[in-house]
Each structure stands twice: as structure tokens, then as C-alpha cells.
Design a protein around this ligand. Structure first.
Ligand SMILES: [Zn+2]
Length: 215
């Protein structure tokens, strides 16, 4: 089986995405790229019931290479992200809080410094019908210098070097969106300034050191 390990990973993370509530039924899709081949979750099967053989392989041009089932209808979007970023894996979900932000706002402002892990402010890509080249182009545009994007009235997309990193980015995106929504429910969230964000980056490069006590 081509990309057997990658297809097994899709099943494992499909179950995790369902188990953590990020995905309900078929409303999400995952992919992993190796060179010019992409293993992707299929259309029409719940992610918590996937078997490795269910996951088709396509090439980066979108031609079916192996598999009986049709690739996810969002495959053109995945391929556009791979072409634009050189990512190793992509996760797309309709998770609740990401969708709430994507339905009401034009961007997710950085109110917590962990937003830097996704590149800072997360843009909301303009709306287009799912599965279309227009949506793929809008996502590619909004992803510049970011690891995450929200899709207007739809959901979110994250990518990483591998599926574990892409999945953690999706969990972080959902958490940041939830914090924003909850903060907004009791007041106007304070957005971190460029200066405050730069200071965090500096701190990350120069972490504090603790001298060892000599007894
Ligand atoms: Zn979708």
C-alpha cells in the first residue's frame, strides 16, 4: 500500500479529531504529503471510522493515484496550501469556536501571546463555496506568513511539518477562538500591541537561565 504509515496516521488523527469534538461526522478533512503525493481522507466517511485503505492518494496536480474512494471535496484547497507553503500535513475542521469567529469577524486579533505560534493575527479568508478553486485561492492568499487561516462562514485550516503539528495547531486555533469569544462575552478583549508581541519573540529566543544552587 502506498504511503501506508501516512494513511494510518490519517485514521489515528481522524479519531482524535472526532474524539476531541473538533470534528463531527464528515465535517473535516486531513492530509499528509510525501514528495509529490498526498494521502487524504475520503469524501463521505466519518473520520472516526476510517480505515487506512479508505484514504485515497492523489498527486499534487490532483490526479487520483491509488484508492477506491473519492478524495475529500476539499482536496483542491489542501493542494493549494501545499503548493504555497511546502507544508507536510494539513487539518481542516468546522470546529465550533473557529466557525463562530469565521462567521462574525474579518480576523482573529492576538489577545494571547500563543497566537504567535500561528503567526499572530489569524486572517479570515473571503467566503467561497466549499471545494471550489475560488476557496482554494482565498485560503492561499490569507495564509501568507501564517500557520492557520479561518474560512468565512465555514471553519478553519492549519498546517504543519507533520500531522501531529498540524493537529496541535488546529487545537490551538480553536482554543484561541474560544478564549476570544468568552472574553468578548464579559468585556472588550485587550489586543496585544506589536511591541508586546515583539517582546515575547525576544523572550523566546533568550529564555531565562537559573543558576544551580551550590550546597
Ligand atoms: Zn469544510
Amino acid at each position: 500500500m502506498l504511503l501506508g504509515d501516512e494513511r494510518r496516521l490519517l485514521c489515528e488523527y481522524g479519531r482524535r479529531a472526532s474524539g476531541t469534538g473538533l470534528v463531527i461526522g464528515t465535517s473535516g478533512n486531513l492530509s499528509v504529503r510525501v514528495d509529490d503525493l498526498v494521502a487524504v481522507t475520503p469524501s463521505g466517511i466519518s473520520l472516526d471510522r476510517l480505515e487506512p485503505g479508505d484514504c485515497p492518494i492523489v498527486d499534487v496536480e490532483g490526479r487520483l493515484v491509488e484508492g477506491e474512494l473519492q478524495p475529500s471535496s476539499e482536496t483542491p484547497m489542501h493542494l493549494a496550501v501545499y503548493t504555497a507553503t511546502g507544508a507536510g500535513a494539513i487539518v481542516h475542521t468546522h470546529s465550533t469556536f473557529a466557525t463562530v469567529i469565521a462567521t462574525t469577524m474579518t480576523e482573529l486579533p492576538p489577545i494571547h501571546y500563543n497566537a504567535l505560534l500561528l503567526g499572530g493575527t489569524v486572517r479570515v479568508a473571503d467566503y467561497a463555496t466549499y471545494g471550489t478553486p475560488e476557496l482554494a485561492a482565498n485560503v492561499r492568499e490569507a495564509l501568507k506568513d501564517r500557520r492557520a487561516v479561518l474560512l468565512a462562514n465555514h471553519g478553519g485550516v492549519t498546517f504543519g511539518d507533520d500531522l501531529g503539528a498540524a493537529f496541535e495547531a488546529t487545537r490551538l486555533l480553536e482554543w484561541l477562538c474560544e478564549v476570544y469569544v468568552r472574553a468578548r462575552s464579559i468585556g472588550e478583549p485587550r489586543v496585544l500591541t506589536e511591541e508586546q508581541l515583539s517582546a515575547v519573540v525576544q523572550r523566546a529566543f533568550h529564555p531565562p537561565t537559573f543558576p544551580r544552587r551550590e550546597d
